[in-house]
Design a protein around this ligand. Sequence first.
Ligand SMILES: Nc1ncnc2c1ncn2[C@@H]1O[C@H](COP(=O)(O)OP(=O)(O)OP(=O)(O)O)[C@@H](O)[C@H]1O
Ligand SMILES: [Mg+2]
Length: 352
Amino acid sequence: MGLFGGKKAKPLVGLDIGSSSVKAVELKKTKEAYELARVGLEALSPETVVDGAIIDALSVSSAIDRIYQGQKISNKNVATSVSGHSVIIKKINMPVLDEDELYDQVYADAGQYIPFDIADVSLDYQVLEPSPAGDTQEVLLVAVKRDKINNYQSALIGRTLALVDVDAFALQNVYELNYEPDAETTAALLNLGASVMNINIVRGGIPLFTRDVSVGGNQYTDALQKELELSFEDAENFKRGQAVAGVSDEQKAGVLRSVSEILVLEIQKTFDFFRATAGAAAIAHIYLAGGAARTPGLLDLLKEEFQMPVDELDPFRRVTYNPAKFSDEYIKEIAPRLAVCVGLGLRSFDAA
Ligand SMILES: Nc1ncnc2c1ncn2[C@@H]1O[C@H](COP(=O)(O)OP(=O)(O)OP(=O)(O)O)[C@@H](O)[C@H]1O
Ligand SMILES: [Mg+2]
């Protein structure tokens, strides 16, 4: 689903601007599938991106510059993704029309589905599936506030925003390529970053329900910081496995668990709402992406609470890399943080 980028495939650098770091991925097509050509991550300081808005465009831009220089990336066309309140995703029922008529109809009707002035948004849509009777079709309508796109553009100094995607759909894209779900499998895709969790419940290749929740890895770090009286940096390192004098692993596990329980409640609420509105499909599998997927104890707690398979979403399950260029250890270390970014990089190719 190429949003706001035209339908023609062209080489793009996937660029994921998160609140804790910027990630960039360039892929190339191989005979069998796709190969990682270039990848880079650069940390951002805490006030740079807040609530999904780029506050300090220059800092983001120089982080992107550092990745480009470090990885010798020359392609200036980038695909990036947005999420949050500036993004409206609606499923609408449309009559079965030819391509041009559908375009006109969607644009004519969009105003009634979007809570913003239509002049202030960029629109795109995708036909999902025909109704069982075949007389109507389900269309996924996506609107992103122009302000938001301009905000992202402002950090791309010297580069072209060739495609704007939505985090949840980039996540779905990387899932579809790597797991090839059959049409009936319903799975919950969770991208747990530093400050936001993107949720996308999909059946096969169809998104059924998307939601963004303001929870993430920062909450764990904040809790460790407060409960154990550590600096943010110490708490962050402690969370990721470094020892801190005077604090036991039991204390850490207890604090992390209490935050994971809050997270479980949020996921539960979403699943309940999904069940109540989307009807039959039962969620059979949870895939967890984002850096906070690595929070000690989280995966096991999700398994226990939801009684279903829970796996880390591996963006390199079917995307290969040259081990002489990128070590297995490095790829394994960064994999969950790169899910959205690899999903964006895949937009370079027709099939994705
Ligand atoms: N090994 C680890 N254990 C626990 N948490 C980790 C680990 N590695 C990274 N994290 C956490 O993952 C988060 C960063 O993940 P990610 O890069 O997906 O977020 P982001 O894209 O920058 O943020 P967002 O999408 O929420 O704006 C941080 O909160 C970080 O502490
Ligand atoms: Mg992110």
